[in-house]
Design a protein around this ligand. Sequence first.
Ligand code: AHR
Length: 333
Amino acid sequence: MLSLNKKLRSGLRPLAAALTVLTLAAGAAHAADDALPKIPNKKPLRVGFAQTESNNPWRLAETKSFKDVASKCGWQVIITDANSSAAKQVSDIQSMIAQHVDLLVFPPREEKPLAPVVLQAKKAGIPVILVDRNIDQSMAKAGRDYITFIGSDFIDQGHRAADWLVKATNGKATIIELEGSTGASAANDRKKGFDEVIAKNPGMKIIASQSGDFARDKGRQVMETLLQAHPDVTAVYAHNDEMALGAIAAIKAAGKQPGKDIVLVTIDGTKGGLEAIKAGELGASVQSSPFFGPLACDVAQKYAKGETIPPWVKVSDRFYDKSNVDASMQYGY
Ligand code: AHR
């Protein structure tokens, strides 16, 4: 019995060894799968920039910042425009993956639909940097599935807009909220931040909250309808300047005075927004910088050199109201 056991054990030894080799090999393959792709050391670097839409000054400034940085950074930038469709942005990125660009940089239009394509890029060995908006971190994670997210703290932007409004209205207002594109991190987090502060102020009430898709004309149309349903509105929080400018047009068309009858606060700091502050029609705008080209270039170069990149490269934002608008016009875009 003893010798049979011995025989069995010695017979099993090569099998166990083979299994160990297999396990180690599988582990190594897994580690390789998990490693973030590298940025190749070559010039020009073929960089895909997949824009969400080009229907407002913010988007145009963002795209321009990539065009402007290209030659300085040694990039050949391939630009696409998803025309406000998350599905088109996904297929734009898939076609860049098929062309095997060296680096993908993009603002995901919406948090969930754009997460799988980040994983597809990683599988194809293409490094990704997300700018401006982020994706759902339960679906794909910064630092693990893509290099990093470069962008503002949208929740904090919402806090700052709400803090200003509480002060400007002495803590008493009936508010219409014009939300950005449904499912976008910029809309989700700007709403979260603003609503958190408002909830702590019993005199402040959000009476309606609806998406204007970050677009001026949609903002005007939504405001027109909401003004009819809520003639008692005294304040508007728009998730971007363009929708606030649309709301200002709707308020004027309804025979009310923006800035007096209805106070407005918003986010972006576009030239149009700053001019509206100067004209007394818009109360304040929290800056949200669109100039990601140079930041993405810097991060890509550091990453290529092997430097550690944090999962969130945070952008800090200015704040504009009547107290500093004259000195701040130079920052408008
Ligand atoms: O994600 C940033 C937002 O998207 C900007 O506030 C807006 O203008 C843009 O369309």
